[in-house]
Design a protein around this ligand. Structure first.
Ligand SMILES: Nc1ncnc2c1ncn2[C@@H]1O[C@H](COP(=O)(O)OP(=O)(O)OP(=O)(O)O)[C@@H](O)[C@H]1O
Ligand SMILES: [Mg+2]
Length: 237
């Protein structure tokens, strides 16, 4: 049984000059789900995140959150509606400490979890007074996740959370994401190239290629889908 969609991307297109980054894509994420969004480089995954979070305006189509359009919500108000994200290339306030970065999330939207709780939960207590700049990459990614969690999101968009992490860190991340979906009662849309991670975590997966949605299904279904195999082999060739 599929849950009622918390997020609906409805026939969204986005062009950059001659490049069609999104070509009429539709996808949905049900409350409580972990949904994967995969596809080869340049498929449009980050563009989709930017449209959902209002950093980028679609040329056509609609994005609805909890049944209401997001297209009239300003970018800085998206987080107040309960949507948080992390970025493909970590984007922290480098001149601020770890705790200050996390506090920015809590200011945006207060929830039941304190900044201290979130910092502890994400496992960055020992660096809480350090500047974000200069911390190891894996730690910076945790700080960004903590900032997102501190805003008590209903939906969190993670853009390649495993990118740049070592094997052990990826294993930890998988266990962490599974746990925090339950502990924070959050819905997750996950862009990821690490197939082991996304296929092990996701309830369902949407697949993009050249701005089009080419498949949707359970991890098992999409892995067996000839169009998906072709998209990945085609890029590798
Ligand atoms: N601001 C922009 N200006 C021009 N072209 C852009 C812009 N943002 C994205 N694109 C182009 O749109 C297409 C989709 O890019 P996008 O970053 O969404 O892909 P992606 O699926 O996130 O790829 P990756 O897996 O490499 O992160 C690419 O061809 C990209 O070059
Ligand atoms: Mg991307």
């Amino acid at each position: 049984m599929r849950a009622v969609p918390l997020l609906e991307v409805d026939d969204v297109s986005k062009r950059f000059g001659g490049i069609v980054a999104l070509d009429g894509i539709s996808l949905d994420v049900g409350a409580g789900e972990i949904v994967g969004l995969i596809g080869p480089n340049g498929a449009g995954k980050t563009t989709a995140f930017n449209v959902i979070t209002r950093l980028s305006a679609p040329d056509s189509g609609d994005v609805r959150f909890d049944g209401e359009t997001l297209l009239r919500t300003r970018p800085n108000a998206v987080v107040r509606r309960g949507i948080a994200r992390t970025f493909q290339n970590v984007e922290l306030f480098r001149g601020l400490t770890v705790a200050e970065n996390v506090r920015v999330g809590a200011h945006a939207r207060r929830g039941e979890h304190s900044v201290d709780d979130v910092i502890y939960y994400v496992g960055i207590s020992s660096v809480r007074h350090r500047l974000a700049d200069g911390l190891p990459y894996g730690t910076q990614k945790r700080v960004e996740l903590a900032r997102a969690l501190a805003s008590s999101p209903r939906l969190i968009l993670l853009d390649e959370p495993a990118g740049g992490l070592n094997h052990e860190e990826v294993e930890d991340l998988g266990a962490f994401l599974r746990r925090f979906r339950t502990d924070f009662d959050v819905t997750i849309l996950l862009v990821e190239h690490h197939m082991g991670l996304v296929m092990g975590l996701a309830d369902r997966v949407h697949v993009l290629d050249f701005g089009r949605k080419i498949a949707e299904g359970t991890p098992r279904e999409v892995q067996a889908d000839p169009a998906v195999i072709q998209a990945y082999l085609g890029t590798a060739a």
